[in-house]
Design a protein around this ligand. Structure first.
Ligand code: SAH
Length: 369
């Protein structure tokens, strides 16, 4: 039996981040404007500056009287993220940002520009309480949940860099958001759903992204997966499975001791049925741990005929880890076995490895600034 590992779903007793317009629905923003003695349409003007013009300086809000700008900015667009550092690789098209939050907590986001799309990988918690032993974020435990606006701000920051031509390839837009940075998104359910609404609300009240471009990744918090299926938000659900059998998954994804593989997959198929979206099954290939051909067969038979595809991730070893990525032959054999079951499979690229920006490497250590 593996040692039972502690799971943390809540980090109580932390101060809440300042309220921001990205935490609020449009009607709530109007109420804030009115409380400040301003006409309610100021809320929409500020939202347009934030989500459409991507300005971060109230002095540029020239349609708002100068005297009102500072008050509105304090109430609706307080500074939430302060850049600590940015590391780039792939000729500037992969960019990891480290942010300090109002209370000193650190989180990371990664922008990845491809020829046909730009993906932002965002954090939903500072740290993570799920304790998966192969993941860098899990090692430090959970600091706290992010607010919806702290999540949205990571995307807006990337959108600003793109709009301003600071990312090689010319001005561009964020097309995809993946909740695959630090944290377990479904353990911070309310803020994550609110953030998705802000990302998908039509401009100027939100960023106007397609829900189809958004992926929420989970260790398999079954009750929250069911809740998400009922939100009417057709985001892609990714399930971090990593093992098709309970014995190994209990060790690799400790929350499996609470919700077993069969229950997690049942909730995944319910999600697929409710949203008509193909579920992504994430599987980090770990040499001699979960990459055996027989496990590919068990996985293939559990997924055959389902609305699913498998995303294999070569393990990004974390510092001091006893585990490493699979041998190429084992990886190829794993792919072929899954395909023999008729299961679609892709191998994820490992962008950002050299800047510790690849999957499972986000730890936000406060190294040299
Ligand atoms: N908590 C969520 C989202 C964050 S992690 C989840 O677990 O799904 C995003 C993905 O990266 C998950 O599939 C996670 O299991 C995977 N991952 C974590 N550490 C990794 C590592 N060292 N190498 C490869 N993938 C890793």
């Amino acid at each position: 039996m593996p040692e039972p590992r502690a799971l943390t779903f809540e980090a109580p007793g932390r101060a809440r981040p300042p309220r921001h317009l990205a935490d609020l629905a449009p009607a709530e923003r109007r109420a804030v404007a009115v409380e400040l003695g301003e006409p309610d349409y100021r809320a929409r003007q500020v939202a347009r500056h934030y989500f459409v013009r991507l300005t971060d300086d109230p002095a540029a809000w020239t349609d708002v009287p100068a005297a009102a700008r500072e008050r509105l900015a304090q109430a609706l667009t307080p500074t939430l993220l302060t850049p600590v550092r940015e590391q780039v690789c792939d000729a500037g098209t992969t960019r990891k940002a480290v942010w300090r939050l109002f209370d000193g907590a650190l989180v990371e986001s990664v922008l990845m520009r491809y020829p046909d799309r730009v993906t932002m990988c965002v954090s939903s918690q500072a740290g993570c309480g799920m304790n998966c032993p192969f993941c860098a974020t899990g090692q430090a435990g959970l600091t706290r949940n992010l607010s919806a606006a702290e999540i949205v701000e990571q995307v807006v920051a990337g959108a600003r860099e793109l709009a301003r031509g600071q990312v090689p390839g010319g001005p561009g837009r964020v097309s995809n958001v993946v909740f695959m940075g630090m944290g377990e998104p479904l353990a911070n359910y309310r803020a994550v759903v609110d953030a998705v609404r802000r990302l998908t609300d039509p401009a100027p009240e939100g960023l106007g992204m397609s829900a189809r471009g958004i992926t929420v990744s989970t260790v398999g918090l079954v009750p929250r997966m069911r809740d998400l299926a009922r939100e009417g938000l057709p985001v892609t659900l990714a399930v971090s499975l990593h093992a098709p059998d309970d014995e190994l998954r209990d060790e690799l994804v400790p929350v499996n001791t609470r919700w077993k593989v069969a229950e997690v997959l049942r909730a995944a198929w319910e999600y697929a049925a409710a949203t008509h979206r193909r579920v992504s099954i994430e599987y980090a290939l770990i040499r001699d741990v979960n990459d055996q051909a027989w496990r590919a067969d068990v996985l293939g038979s559990r997924l055959a005929g389902r609305l699913a595809h498998v995303n294999l991730i070569p393990l990004n070893p974390t510092p001091g880890s006893r585990w490493t990525a699979s041998r190429p032959q084992a990886q190829d054999a794993f792919v072929r076995r899954l395909e023999a079951h008729g299961v679609p499979v892709t191998v994820r690229d490992t962008r950002g490895r050299e800047i510790d920006g690849a999957c499972g490497q986000l730890a936000a250590s406060s190294g040299p600034d």
